[in-house]
Design a protein around this ligand. Structure first.
Ligand code: NMX
Ligand code: MLT
Length: 437
C-alpha cells in the first residue's frame, strides 16, 4: 500500500483511541510538578504526547517500540549494504509499521521526485557569508523553502483543522526530499570552494547525501545511512523535537517549525555538542603533542570542570546509562576503523570521564551520549570540519520531528501554552503547598 494510504488507514483508529482516552481518563493525574521542576527545565514532568519514540532512562530510545539493535536488524538495507536505510526508519516513525523493501523503494523514489531545490533557495544561501555557521545557513535554507508551503496555501483556502495533516504530510515529504541537497550545498560552499556535486538519482537518500558531500570512500555511504537512522528521534521533550512541536502547535508550517527546531539543535548543550566534542578532543591532542597518557586526559577533564564548563558528549537529561546510539557507533568503529587513533582516544575517554564525573558529584548521568562518538568517525572519512557536524544531526532529526508534526495535526493537538508563574507568585504560594510524597 502506498505510504500516504497506509498513513490514512492509521488515522481514524488512532483518533478514536485518543478521543476515548481523553473522554474516559482525561482528568487523571499523569505527573505532579514540584517547585524545583518549574525552575529546573521541567525535567521528568509528563505533560506532552509524542507517538514516534519513547526514551527509557536505563535502556535508551525505542522507535515505535523497536530498540536500536532491533531497528538495525529489521530495517531494509541497500543492495550489498548492512546498515539500515533512513527511508525505513521514516516509514516506521510515520506509520508505526516496519517497512518492506518495496516500501523503502517507494520513499526513495518519492523523495527523488521532490528533491529539486528551487534556484532562489540556493541563491539565498549564496548571499550568506560562507563562514556563517553552517547551522545558521541550514536554518535559513529551510526557511527559504517555506515559500512553497502547501499547508499555508490550504490553510488560507479554508480547510478543516482535522484535514491539516494532509498538506502537512505533503510539505514534510518535500522538505525531507530537499534537506540533503541543502546541507551538502552548504558543506561544499563552506569548505570545498563551492564546487557543487550534482545529485545521483540512482542512490538512496542517505547515500546521495554522502555523494553530494563529495566523500569518495563507499563505506561513508553506509556510515551515513546508520548515522541518519541513529539521530532521527529521541521522544518529544528534547529541545529540537519540543521546539518543532511547539512552533507547529500555532499552525506554523513544517518549514517554520523545523527551522525553529534546528535553532534549538544548534545549542552546545544539545546537538552542537557533537562539534564541541571534536574541538575538545583536538585541543587535548594538541596539548599532548601526540601521546595520550591517561593522567593527562584526567587533568584535561578536571581543567574543563574547574573552569565551570561541561565535558561535551557526557551526561544526559533523561538517560542514566551509556547511550545505545554511542554503543552502535562504537560497534561501527570496531568493525571499520578499530585502529584509528582518534577512536582510541574516544575509547580511552570512555574509561576516564565517567569516574571523574562521579567524583565531581554533579552530573546525574556520567556516561557518554550520542555526540561523544559521532565526530571521530566523520574525521576518519575526511569530514574534519566540525562546525558542520550538527547539520548532519539536523538532517536526521528532521525524520522524527517531521513525522511527529504530521501526527500532531492528525490528532488535532492543541496550541501549546503552559502556565508560567513569577517568583513573587511562587513565594506567595509555597506556604500552602504540600511537599511531594
Ligand atoms: N560535564 C560537566 N558537568 C555536567 C555534565 C558534563 N558532561 N553533565 C551534567 N553536568 C552538571 C550540570 O551542568 C549540572 O551542573 P549545575 O548543578 O552546576 O547546574 C549538574 O551536573 C546536574 O546536571 P544533570 O541534571 O545531570 O543534567 P541536565 O539534565 O541538567 O543536563 C545535559 C543534561 C546533556 C545538558 C548535560 O549533561 C550536559 O551539559 N552535557 C554536556 C553537553 C552534551 O553532551 N550535550 C549533548 C546531549 C545529547 N544531545 O545530543 O542533545
Ligand atoms: C537528543 O537526541 O535529542 C538528545 O539526546 C537530547 C535529549 O534527548 O534530551
Amino acid at each position: 500500500m502506498p505510504l500516504k494510504d497506509k498513513l490514512i488507514s492509521k488515522l481514524d483508529p488512532m483518533r478514536k483511541e485518543v478521543k476515548s482516552i481523553i473522554k474516559e481518563h482525561g482528568n487523571k493525574l499523569l505527573s505532579d510538578v514540584v517547585v524545583s521542576q518549574a525552575y529546573g527545565g521541567m525535567r521528568g514532568v509528563k505533560c506532552m504526547v509524542c507517538e514516534t519514540s519513547e526514551l527509557d532512562p536505563e535502556e535508551g530510545i525505542r522507535f515505535r517500540g523497536f530498540s536500536i539493535p532491533e531497528c538495525c536488524e529489521k530495517l531494509p538495507k541497500a543492495p550489498g549494504g548492512v546498515q539500515p536505510l533512513p527511508e525505513g526508519i521514516f516509514h516506521l516513525l510515520l506509520t508505526g509499521d516496519l517497512p518492506t523493501e518495496d516500501d523503502v523503494k517507494e520513499i526513495t523514489e518519492e523523495w527523488r521526485k521532490r528533491s529539486a531545490v528551487p534556484d532562489y533557495v540556493l541563491k539565498g544561501i549564496d548571499a550568506l557569508p560562507p563562514d556563517l555557521h553552517p547551522m545558521t545557513q541550514f536554518s535559513i535554507g529551510i526557511l527559504l523553502l517555506q515559500k512553497e508551503s502547501i499547508f499555508v496555501e490550504k490553510y488560507q483556502g479554508g480547510i478543516s483543522k482535522y484535514d491539516l495533516w494532509d498538506p502537512m504530510y505533503e510539505d514534510v515529504m518535500t522538505l525531507l526530499a530537499r534537506l540533503p541537497r541543502i546541507a551538502a550545498y552548504i558543506y561544499r560552499r563552506a569548505y570545498h570552494d563551492n564546487k557543487q556535486i550534482d545529485p545521483d538519482p540512482k542512490l538512496d537518500w542517505g547515500a546521495n547525501f554522502a555523494h553530494m558531500m563529495g566523500v569518495k570512500n563507499p563505506q561513508y555511504k553506509e556510515l551515513m545511512r546508520l548515522y541518519l537512522v541513529l539521530h532521527c528521534d529521541h521522544e518529544g521533550g528534547n529541545v529540537s523535537a519540543h521546539t518543532t512541536h511547539l512552533v507547529g502547535s500555532a499552525f506554523s508550517d513544517a518549514f517554520y517549525s523545523l527551522s525553529a527546531g534546528m535553532n534549538g539543535l544548534a545549542g552546545p548543550l544539545h546537538g552542537l555538542a557533537n562539534q564541541e566534542v571534536l574541538r575538545w578532543i583536538m585541543q587535548l591532542k594538541e596539548k599532548l603533542g601526540g601521546g595520550v597518557p591517561t593522567k593527562e586526559q584526567e587533568k584535561a577533564c578536571w581543567d574543563t570542570l574547574n573552569g565551570g564548563q561541561v565535558i561535551p558528549g557526557y551526561g544526559h537529561a533523561v538517560l542514566r546509562k551509556t547511550d545505545p546510539r554511542y554503543v552502535a557507533q562504537r560497534e561501527f568503529c570496531l568493525k571499520y576503523l578499530p585502529d584509528d587513533e582518534l577512536f582510541k582516544v574516544v575509547s580511552l575517554l570512555y574509561d576516564v570521564v565517567p569516574p571523574i564525573l562521579v567524583k565531581q558529584g554533579k552530573a546525574k548521568n556520567p556516561w557518554p551520549n550520542v555526540d561523544a562518538h559521532s565526530g571521530v568517525i566523520q574525521v576518519y572519512y575526511g569530514v574534519d570540519e566540525y562546525d558542520f557536524y550538527t547539520v548532519l544531526f539536523g538532517v536526521s532529526r528532521a525524520l522524527g520531528v517531521l513525522s511527529g508534526l504530521v501526527w500532531d495535526r492528525a490528532l488535532g493537538l492543541s496550541l501549546e501554552r503552559p502556565k508560567s508563574l513569577t517568583t513573587k507568585r511562587i513565594k506567595s504560594m509555597v506556604a500552602d503547598l504540600k511537599p511531594k510524597a
